[in-house]
Write a protein that binds this ligand. Structure first.
Ligand SMILES: O=C(O)CCC(=O)C(=O)O
Ligand SMILES: [Fe+2]
Length: 255
């Protein structure tokens, strides 16, 4: 899979500018119709294996032989992410790992995974929409409070902040604040074929609920862990993966 995008210095500077100022950047038509169709076939095949319920695949092993794994391994993506990272921070990331995730929100079990506001472990989040509902009241839009915090010098502060914000009570309070109009997140309108970038570590974000009859699938590529190698980060990643596996197992048995 070879997406078409430019990473000359001017294009990189523009992307970083948009991520800083607008909260996200878009590369329009980064994927051709065939590439998008490949990703959709993969999702469709796996969606039926999960009986139309929520599922998420984390990492290259879980996504082996998928178009998402090929994209994560492509030199084009590695160059784009490295140049963005260097432009934003002045240095390459300590770990050059690109961590792919596929999320498919569908059926009643998707509700639990929606409005789950969080900060990502990695600085850059690259999002590829695969299926985005176009009708209905609830289309699972991605909402974000962009660039709420800087990269924390201390991993302990990062963990404490995540603990305060990423729990059931905070989630409920944030949702109530949004419903009442006190909190105003930005909505990122996602168009399949395009590619989206934002500072995932710095931006509190979540997808909104999605009508159980609709399918919403996104591929995420996480890059540039500011606390790379720390015990706390490894623990967060392990817990996230365990949570994802439990959640898939729960929705598969909840027939
Ligand atoms: O699926 C989405 O739109 C966002 C998912 C996300 O933020 C994540 O997996 O870190
Ligand atoms: Fe995220």
């Amino acid at each position: 899979m070879s997406p078409t995008f430019r990473y000359d210095p001017v294009s990189i500077a523009l992307l970083v500018h948009d991520m800083d100022q607008r909260g996200h950047a878009v590369i329009e038509q980064a994927f051709c119709a065939n590439e998008l169709a490949d990703m959709r076939h993969y999702v469709e095949r796996h969606a039926s294996q999960h009986n139309g319920r929520y599922f998420a695949y984390h990492g290259l092993d879980a996504l082996a032989d998928s178009p998402m794994a090929r994209l994560a391994a492509s030199p084009e993506l590695a160059t784009l992410l490295d140049r963005l990272h260097r432009h934003a921070t002045g240095a390459s990331a300590a770990s050059r790992e690109i961590f792919p995730v596929l999320r498919c929100v569908q059926g009643g079990s998707g509700a639990r995974e929606s409005n789950a506001f969080h900060y990502d472990a990695t600085l850059i989040t690259l999002l590829v929409p695969v299926f985005i509902p176009e009708e209905g009241q609830q289309r699972g839009d991605l909402v974000l409070f962009p660039n709420l915090r800087p990269v924390r010098a201390s991993v302990a502060l990062n963990v404490a902040e995540k603990a305060v914000l990423q729990n059931r009570l905070s989630r409920r309070l944030i949702c109530r604040g949004i419903d009442a109009g006190w909190l105003k997140p930005r909505t990122l309108p996602l168009v399949p074929g395009n590619l989206y970038l934002f500072w995932g570590y710095r931006s509190l974000h979540a997808n909104q609920p999605c009508d159980p009859h609709l399918r919403r699938a996104t591929a995420l590529f996480h890059y540039g862990d500011p606390h790379a190698g720390s015990l706390a980060t490894r623990l967060i990643l392990t817990l996230n993966q365990q949570r994802a596996r439990r959640s898939v197992a729960r929705s598969d048995t909840a027939a």
